[in-house]
Design a protein around this ligand. Structure first.
Ligand SMILES: [Zn+2]
Length: 240
C-alpha cells in the first residue's frame, strides 16, 4: 500500500523507480530512498494540482529524504503547518516547502508572493520555499546563513519598498491614489482612516497581477532580498 499511495500521487512518474520508494507512515509521511526522489515526489504532487481540470495549489513539505506533509489547496492558496504545529511533534528544521501557483487572473503564474514571503519569514523551520508554475519552472526563496527573522517594522518596510518598485510608472489614476496616500501619510494619518490605505493596497495587488508587475516582483526580490540575508532564484519565463 505504501508504493500505491506514493504512485497514486505521482502521475508524472518519469525518473521515479519503485526501488527508490521507501515506506509510508500511517500519518502520510513518506520516507524515500534519498532526497532527490522525495523532492521529485513533492514537485509531481504540486504539478498534478496545477494540471487538474480546476487548477489548484498543492503543497508538500520535505526534509531530507522524507515528505513530512502534503495537502491540497484551492486556486488561490494552500495551507502549510506553522512552526508551532511542527513543534508539537519533534524538533524539525531546514524544511523545504513546495507549492504551486496557478495561472490566475488571466495571466501567467505569479512568482512567490508577498504573503509567501511573510510565511517564510515568520516560520524559522522553513529554510527554502518554492513555487512552481504549471510549466514546472520554479520561483525560490532561500534563507542564507545569518538570516534573522525580520520584525514587523522591517517587514512592513520591505513591503513599502515593493509597492514603490511596482508602482514606479503609475498610470494617471494610480498617481492620483498614490498622491492622496502620500498626503495622508505626511499628515500622519492613522490607519483607522482606512480608505486611502486600502485603496493603495488594492492598487498594489492589482499591479502584481499584471505581466509588468510580475516581472517587477522578480526583479525586486533579486535586488532587495539579499539585504535581508535572503536569496531569490527563478527560472520563470516571465522573469526575463
Ligand atoms: Zn505562493
Amino acid at each position: 500500500m505504501i508504493t500505491i499511495l506514493a504512485r497514486a500521487y505521482t502521475p508524472v512518474r518519469k525518473g521515479i523507480r519503485p526501488d527508490d520508494l521507501g515506506y509510508v507512515f500511517g500519518n502520510n509521511r513518506i520516507n524515500f530512498a534519498n532526497r532527490n526522489v522525495a523532492q521529485k515526489f513533492a514537485k509531481n504532487w504540486v504539478l498534478k494540482g496545477l494540471h487538474c481540470k480546476v487548477p489548484h495549489e498543492n503543497a508538500a513539505v520535505v526534509k531530507d529524504n522524507k515528505v513530512l506533509f502534503f495537502t491540497r489547496g484551492t486556486t488561490y492558496g494552500v495551507e502549510v503547518p506553522t512552526d508551532d504545529v511542527w513543534n508539537l511533534g519533534q524538533n524539525y528544521s531546514n524544511m523545504t516547502v513546495f507549492h504551486g501557483h496557478t495561472d490566475s487572473y488571466g495571466a501567467k503564474a505569479s512568482p512567490l508572493s508577498y504573503g509567501d514571503l511573510y510565511i517564510f519569514n515568520q516560520n524559522k523551520l522553513y529554510s527554502k520555499l518554492i513555487a512552481y508554475n504549471k510549466e514546472g519552472e520554479a520561483s525560490i526563496f532561500i534563507k542564507l546563513s545569518k538570516f534573522k527573522k525580520l520584525n514587523m517594522d522591517k517587514f512592513f518596510r520591505v513591503r513599502q519598498d515593493m509597492e514603490t518598485a511596482l508602482l514606479q510608472n503609475p498610470s494617471p489614476e494610480q498617481k492620483e491614489v498614490i498622491n492622496e496616500f502620500h498626503a495622508w501619510d505626511k499628515a500622519r494619518g492613522h490607519l483607522e482612516d482606512y480608505e486611502f490605505y486600502s485603496r493603495k493596497t488594492d492598487l498594489f495587488y492589482n499591479e502584481m497581477r499584471t505581466a509588468y508587475g510580475r516581472k517587477k516582483m522578480h526583479d525586486f526580490y533579486k535586488e532587495e532580498l539579499p539585504w535581508h540575508r535572503l536569496k531569490y532564484v527563478t527560472n520563470f519565463s516571465n522573469a526575463k
